[in-house]
Write a protein that binds this ligand. Structure first.
Ligand code: SER
Length: 316
């Protein structure tokens, strides 16, 4: 019987993953946790306030609820990490090692931990970036994700920990705002279009980045965790891909639905981060090993986002 703990359940991904897991396994089988409570994501099932930096606290929650699957999502993202590198490093690494050490003590615990396209860097091949290539991240977030990948593989090989991971592209969802990422523009733009305001984009119009609709991200996460352990041949983290677009292409797609939408471009420090990341990703390992396939193209993504956000924005 699956009993999950989601750490970072009130975040952008955590909110929707918790909902997806509760649909699949039942609300009482999924314990949401975060450092603070929120009106989203934690209302329809068990919730624990939890500091991912506190090993004993995680252990207590795991024992109390007889958890056997941990989704550890808590992290400081790329743009926010640059404001306070020591803090980002400390949170991202300590919390991961806490979870891995818990799974090392108790091998019946399976772990999911997200990596990111941020593990790549300026000299990584930009187009159809392969699973294995030069990785020279230049953000503290990217460095922590690359180090985390090595730790995941290490704990798997040395201690038999069943830890699984994907390198998410930029994630776009309607339930909760992202916080502190370089790809956040692709969510913010929808709010401004629906509010009838000009969107000031912090990336350049032709800045291509790999992106994914949240439903696909949730599906990928559940798929990899449900897969037979024998099929998981990559124990660092899998390349994962859906769509690729630039701010201008996303804007043009939104304009088809909201013709009066306006955008201006004022790239800031996040442009440099985006420039160091791939344009597109080769995810053939994920496709071959555990049958990954995305569903949402840019057209469907824009339709879903506008439909979901319209009532929300109207009530603000
Ligand atoms: N979306 C993340 C960020 O922009 C990348 O994983 O930081």
């Amino acid at each position: 019987m699956t009993k999950c703990l989601v750490i970072g359940a009130c975040g952008q991904l955590g909110t929707e993953l918790t909902e997806g897991l509760r649909k699949k396994y039942g609300a009482d089988k999924v314990v949401a946790s975060d450092i603070h409570s929120s009106s989203e994501g934690s209302q329809d099932g068990p919730f624990e306030m939890l500091d991912a930096m506190d090993f004993e606290a995680i252990k207590r929650v795991v024992e109390k609820h007889e958890i056997n699957v941990i989704y550890h999502l808590a992290a400081i993202l790329s743009a926010k990490g640059e404001q306070n590198p020591p803090m980002a490093w400390s949170l991202n690494m300590t919390s991961l090692l806490n979870v891995l050490n818990l799974a090392k003590e108790n091998n019946s615990i399976k772990v999911f931990w997200p990596s990111s396209i941020a593990v790549f860097g300026p000299t990584t091949p930009k187009d159809q970036t392969p699973q294995e290539c030069i990785m020279d991240p230049n953000t503290v977030y990217g460095i922590s994700k690359l180090a985390g990948e090595r730790w995941c593989q290490y704990y798997h090989e040395k201690y038999g920990v069943d830890v699984r991971s994907v390198r998410y592209p930029g994630l776009i969802g309607s339930k909760t705002l992202p916080g502190g990422g370089t790809t956040d523009y692709a969510v913010d733009i929808f709010y401004k279009a629906l509010q009838g305001e000009t969107y000031e984009c912090f990336l350049a119009e032709d800045c291509y980045l790999p992106m994914m609709y949240m439903d696909d991200a949730v599906k990928a996460t559940i798929d990899i965790m449900e897969a037979d352990p024998e099929t998981i041949r990559v124990r660092s983290s899998y390349n994962l891909s859906a769509i690729t677009f630039s701010p201008e292409e996303l804007y043009e797609e939104i304009k088809k639905q909201i013709p009066e939408a306006e955008i201006i471009y004022k790239p800031d420090f996040r442009q440099k981060i985006a420039d160091s990341w791939p344009n597109s990703i080769d995810d053939s390992n994920a496709r071959n090993d555990w049958g990954w396939q995305y569903k949402f193209d840019i057209k469907k993504l824009v339709q879903e986002m506008l439909t979901e956000l319209e009532p929300k924005v109207a009530s603000i």
